[in-house]
Design a protein around this ligand. Sequence first.
Ligand code: ACO
Length: 381
Amino acid sequence: MADELKRGLEGVLVAESDLSYVDGEVGKLVYRGYDIEDLARGASYEEVLYLLWHGSLPTAAELDSFAVDLAAERDVGDDVIETVRALADAGERPMAALRTATSMLSAYDPDEESDDDGEATLRQGRRITAKIPTVLAAFERVRQGEAPVAPDPELSHAGNFLYMLTGTEPDAVSEETFDMALTLHADHGLNASTFTAMVIGSTMADVYSGVTGGIGALSGPLHGGANQDVMEVLHEIDASSKDPVQWVKDKRDDGGRIPGFGHRVYKVKDPRAKILEEKLRDLSESSGDTKWLDYTTAIEEYLTDQGLVEKGIAPNVDFYSGSVYDSLGIPVDMYTPIFAMSRVGGWIAHVAEYQEDNRLIRPRARYTGPEDSEFVPLDER
Ligand code: ACO
């Protein structure tokens, strides 16, 4: 029905896409037909980027050349690093610093604005995807009073980020864990940030604008910001004398929401949460430190007993990702930027796909304001 109001665009179909499919009833996620579980366990983030951007999984030779081309774009100029330093000195939050720096990167892009042939979106997208980890790692290091670490083109996308963050090459388990997290977050249908990037792309604005807008949308606590919120809750519980169940009970009694639970599409446990939970279990058992695993398990069990999960408010990807990042020594306020570092692959794929058969996105609102207001000149009001 043309005039039916769909608040929050819930369930509204606005495009066709070959990229990812989310079945919220059974808890399934696929990228171009491949189950997320197979990709998380078997494919690198670079393979997933190739799949999203080029339509099929790469052969070994295609992957080699794709990974080399991506790694070759990692450097950012001194001006960008100086801006990142100024933002850190001003106490800017990481997501806001990333938003500003990503916008700035366009100044140094060799493509002309007029190169809007579709391929330009992917070329520019590759540069943005390669440079975002460099920007983020530099931001984290300068705010800790350390010198930025230059990217190493020999390392994988995941391994290089951890290297630039810490100055030390990561061990195989850390690299593989982080790579899996990047794969899990790479795309997810028309979530709020992807839709934001698409709306911007539908005006045929450049992809830097779309990605900058996507970062802004992802930063909110109802979307990407929830992974940080979950970890802050776990720290708050740890610092208090309450047990996790009591904390959650009090929060709910106050009418508060539990971060990491609920999802617009999933009515059962998010498949990405299941994979990360298993990862957290492995990491906790091998390190012997099971604190975050114990807390999250207790919270999930309690909310399941309370019937919340049965009502469709189940753990989402953010419920477990923070604890996994914590095991890698990543600071809490970098969790959402890391989400952006992965999801940028999906934003670019969706913008490129949508622009192939572009139609300006322009919905409308039902007008509920006054009618026939009589204008009174300023000096008579
Ligand atoms: N804790 C407690 N109750 C909840 C939660 C939660 N986390 N999420 C939803 N509910 C309840 C609401 O209070 C509401 O109850 P009511 O009908 O009695 O008023 C009902 O579930 C439906 O909630 P809506 O807000 O209408 O559902 P919506 O689809 O708009 O919300 C959202 C989805 C925003 C993700 C919500 O579940 C939420 O706020 N979760 C916490 C934040 C979070 O984890 N966000 C990350 C999402 S995943 C991602 O972006 C990667």
